[in-house]
Design a protein around this ligand. Structure first.
Ligand code: NDP
Ligand code: 2IT
Length: 444
């Protein structure tokens, strides 16, 4: 059995019932064989065993009181996975599906993603099984304050810097920051995605979606192609989906479909993003309302049907495993040319294989959605320097980072003999820097 196989086998044995973590680890480790084979010193130093074991896992109780006076208890998590190249960095997810397996898969991915940005940030992730849907602002505040009342002791501007993810946006970051500041009496860059009036960075809101489109645009450019005139399907209608849609439209694409967890809209005339933003960002409503407001648009219950819509570009921007083999086959049959992952691990292992065999240009999450965390690191830099950069300045840096990531993963894939395989390229390019730092630090 190879070193990689041994580590994977042991990981599955010692972390039972964590299917998402197994999935992410399998995808990553199986692509690292060429690097690991070239560095026998890694096995001697048990580098992979240490790489897949979080430095620290924090789990805690989050009690809060709803508007009727009822007491609820949720689970809180922060997985501080790897600090070899910088302080732990990664989002917080509030969604009823959250469990340790999901937070660990996200944390593991985050290590390599953050490495790919080229900026000094380690990997971490956290969250809660709290469901923000249908809660009042006061209930959200109460939950966030309780969550931070435990989390504050584990984080810090040079230790661990959380941000948003599913269910955690500007409103939640505001409440979390307010409570941190109140407890610690420190106005520091301990969270990113902050509001512009209290230390946030321009472009952070747009960054993940914009970055996704920038890296896809670069992949297109290298093939003499562009977004102009392309038909695009985007899943989700949250932060990442909305700003991916905005940038794709700015570059001349037609976005014809989006969804939320109840169902999808199909608008053959091209999605009117102002309506989507009003429903999702202002009213916190359901995407179904779009079809009631825009004539010619259709609404369909259920999500997976979205992948049957013919498109040139698919941008999954909702959640893990939203594209399975059948959905991938439908996309391929209808002629999809580019799939770029805005969400984390939206394509399952069979779907990735389907895209690869069909020759689809596939940009995996840890490269394609790195623009969000990269801009978080730019927010950290501005906080440390007590600076405030213009929109144009941050946007230009973001674009530059995404273009660099594309060429970095493209070159890594070529170097190891897997040209065009960006899953290999992203995992290898991200891993090499982390492995280097871990080796330099000795057995820690
Ligand atoms: P939001 O909470 O803003 O939006 C999430 C969207 O995905 C909503 O439309 C939501 O629908 C939908 N969704 C969530 N869970 C499911 C599900 N189980 N089935 C179907 N639809 C679902 O989150 P973000 O846009 O921030 O995050 C989206 C993805 O992008 C996640 O995978 C996240 O990890 C990833 N990501 C986010 C970054 C960021 O900066 N925010 C950075 C990098 C990656 P509904 O409203 O019905 O729940
Ligand atoms: O998955 C991700 O990269 C994020 N949710 C963003 C993390 C961050 O720290 O900005």
């Amino acid at each position: 059995m190879s070193y990689v196989e041994q580590v994977l086998k042991n990981l599955k044995k010692t972390n039972p019932n964590q299917p998402e973590f197994h999935q992410a680890a399998t995808e990553i480790l199986t692509t690292l064989a060429p690097v690991v084979d070239a560095h026998p010193e890694y096995q001697k130093a048990a580098l992979l065993e240490r790489f897949v074991e979080p430095e620290r896992v924090i789990m805690f109780r989050v009690p809060w009181v709803d508007d009727k006076g009822k007491v609820h208890v949720n689970k809180g998590y922060r997985v501080q996975f790897n600090s070899a190249i910088g302080p732990y960095k990664g989002g917080l997810r509030f969604h009823p599906s959250v469990n340790l397996s999901i937070i660990k898969f996200l944390g593991l991915e985050q290590i390599l993603k953050n490495s790919l940005t080229g900026l000094p940030i380690g990997g971490g992730k956290g969250g809660s099984d709290f469901d923000p849907k249908g809660k009042s602002d006061r209930e959200i505040m109460s939950f966030c304050q309780s969550f931070m009342t435990e989390l504050y002791r584990h984080i810090g501007a040079d230790t661990d810097v959380p941000a948003g993810d599913i269910g955690v946006g500007g409103r939640e970051i505001g409440y979390l920051f307010g409570q941190y500041k109140r407890i610690c009496d420190e106005h520091v860059g301990v969270l990113t995605g902050r509001g512009l009036s209290y230390g946030g960075s321009l472009v952070r809101t747009e960054a993940t979606g914009y970055g996704l489109v920038y890296i896809t645009e670069e992949a297109m450019k290298m093939r003499g192609d562009s977004f102009k005139g392309k038909t695009v399907v985007i899943s989700g209608s949250g932060n990442v989906a909305i700003y991916a849609c905005q940038k794709a439209q700015q570059l001349g694409a037609k976005v014809v479909a989006m969804y939320d967890s109840n169902g999808y809209i199909y608008d053959k005339n091209g999605v009117n993003l102002d309506v989507v933003k009003d429903i999702k960002e202002v009213k916190r409503g359901r995407i179904k309302e779009y079809a009631e407001r825009v004539s010619g648009a259709e609404y369909h219950e259920g999500c997976s049907g979205i992948w049957n819509i013919p498109c040139d570009v698919a941008l999954p921007c909702a959640t893990q495993n939203e594209i399975n083999k059948a959905s991938a086959e439908a996309l391929v049959k209808n002629g999809v040319k580019y799939v770029a992952e805005g969400a984390n691990m939206p394509s399952d292992l069979e779907a990735i294989d389907t895209f690869r065999k069909a020759g689809v240009v596939f940009l995996p999450a840890k490269a394609a959605n790195a623009g969000g965390v990269a801009t978080s690191a730019l927010e950290m830099a501005q906080s440390s320097g007590r600076l405030f950069w213009s929109f144009e300045e941050v946007d230009a840096k973001l674009k530059n980072i995404m273009v660099n990531i594309y060429h970095n993963i493209d070159n890594a894939a070529k170097k190891y003999g897997y040209e065009g395989n960006y899953v290999m390229g992203a995992n290898i390019a991200g891993f090499v820097k982390v492995a280097d730092a871990m080796m330099a630090h000795g057995i820690v």
